[in-house]
Write a protein that binds this ligand. Structure first.
Ligand SMILES: [Zn+2]
Length: 266
């Protein structure tokens, strides 16, 4: 299947037959126009341009009023969940740029590269600790520099980076080397791209795909190292996944110059 025309549909039927809201998360806009939506089960004429956003465009369904977001290169049309309307409006008000002193700390922590199987990413993530202007502290935070509004369901909880007062080191963030290595992992079987890591006491763990955080027992995330031992497929060590709900996302604007934040190959 061609990824650029993929459409994601859960089991439930759409609440609006015209735009597919309730069952369609995203689809290829050029493909929908080219095929008049026949292949995708949507009607392109129903999406009415509402307005240009800072990046991308906002559309609304002429039948049900559902919000749709077309990304900046006009490739993907994305459903905007109702509960994200207010956040999208605030995101669109003004540029979300971080002060140089904050960027310097983020650069020292290092942005985790996108997995090597992904194309050129549209985002740049740095795992860190965030102190907000309101006095809150989030020990497992991900500053996400991106060219699209925070509408993805997986970004939950999500805030705007304008709330950031200062940045620190997350006690749950993996080291630069381990994070870099997880982004270079090979897919050895469907859905499995493991990186074997080792704690100072010799305990082994498997990280799957690109990983930023590690919370498991009393093991300190920063002390884990990429193991030189071979992965024993007959006796696979515990696979430690990130619990998505524990990461708080802080969204800021992406621009080319920020690529200096990426961890480089040593
Ligand atoms: Zn609709």
């Amino acid at each position: 299947m061609n990824d650029t025309i993929s459409i994601l549909k859960p089991e439930n039927s759409p609440s609006c037959e015209a735009c597919g809201s309730g069952s369609t998360f995203c689809f290829s806009w050029p493909y929908a126009l080219e095929t008049q939506g026949k292949e995708l089960g949507v009607d392109p004429d129903t999406y009415r341009l509402n307005r240009q956003l800072r990046f991308g465009k906002l559309f609304t369904c002429s039948i049900c009023g559902h919000w749709w977001y077309l990304n900046h290169n006009e490739e993907m049309m994305n459903s905007v969940p109702d509960e994200r309307h207010e956040l999208l409006e605030r995101w669109d008000e003004k540029p979300i740029l971080l002060a140089e002193n904050i960027l310097a700390v983020l650069e020292s922590i290092g942005a985790t590269p996108a997995h090597k199987y992904e194309g050129k990413p549209e985002y740049l993530n740095v795992p860190c600790l965030v102190r907000t202007r309101g006095g809150e502290v989030f020990e497992q935070a991900l500053v996400s520099f991106q060219r699209h509004p925070p509408i993805e369901a997986y970004m939950d909880p999500v805030r705007l980076a304008t709330e950031i007062d200062s940045i620190g080191t997350s006690p749950f963030a993996l080291s630069r080397k381990v994070r870099y290595q997880t982004a270079q992992s090979d897919e050895i079987m469907m859905g499995a791209a493991p990186t074997l890591v080792e704690a100072p006491d010799g305990a082994l763990f498997v990280l799957n795909w690109t990983v930023n955080f590690f919370r498991h027992g009393s093991h300190k995330a920063s002390k884990l190292r990429v193991s030189t031992r071979p992965l024993d497929m007959k006796d696979i060590p515990p696979i430690v996944n990130e619990d998505p709900g524990q990461t708080v996302y802080f969204v800021a604007d992406w621009h080319e110059e920020l690529e200096r934040l990426y961890i480089k190959r040593k």
